[in-house]
Design a binder for this molecule. Structure first.
Ligand code: S3P
Length: 183
């Protein structure tokens, strides 16, 4: 969390399928804070789908676009920022997001992630998962590689398994209010 900024943004991190977008939209409505999604900002600024960016230019290029996006938005105030699952792969992103925001890690068991991703269907925002023949193995591989980074990046960890979007959102709102009121 930022030292001298007050905590102005709510930032959601976590693996694909943990509910960052749904929870973020719920919080944004309830607190009347604007919702932003890094994947959507990239789609808007490039005019390309995430899938197209990965296939045409590669993952490194996408990660650079992600960093550019964070650079543009991290000093905003009163935003709910939902991030792509790989945002924690570049430590600079996390450092910047902490300057003006509280980072909530939506943590889920593998089973929850698999269930949610199967329900969502793999859309064109998730090329890292889309082509895998064994979805569960691919999720596990990425998840275990990243678990430590998510934990180390989090200010607050919220377990989401078997909870409703509203419950997760309300839990975050209540913690955020507590932190903001004693800053
Ligand atoms: C990614 C997650 C995706 C998207 C891109 C890469 C990842 O976002 O940014 O496909 O590396 O985990 P979601 O977390 O919204 O699925």
């Amino acid at each position: 969390m930022g030292k001298n900024s007050g905590y102005k943004n709510i930032v959601l991190i976590g693996f694909s399928g943990v509910g960052k977008t749904s929870v973020g939209k719920y919080i944004s409505k309830k607190l009347n804070m604007e919702f932003m999604d890094t994947d959507n900002l990239i789609i808007d600024s490039t005019g390309k789908t995430i899938e197209k960016i990965f296939y045409e230019y590669g993952e490194d290029y996408f990660r650079q676009l992600e960093m550019d996006t964070i650079n543009k938005i991290y000093l905003y105030n009163n935003k709910v920022i939902s991030t792509g699952g790989g945002i924690i792969l570049r430590s600079k992103n996390v450092e910047k997001l902490k300057i003006n925001g509280v980072i909530f890690y939506l943590s889920a068991e593998i089973d929850t992630i698999v269930k949610n991703l199967k329900r969502d269907k793999l859309n064109s925002n998730r090329p890292l998962l889309k082509d895998s023949k064994n979805l569960v193995e691919r999720i596990k591989e990425l998840y275990f590689k990243r678990e430590k980074l998510y934990n180390n990046s989090a200010d607050i960890t919220i377990k989401v398994d078997r909870k409703q979007i509203e419950d997760i959102g309300n839990e975050i709102i209540s913690i955020f209010r507590g932190i903001s009121s004693c800053r």
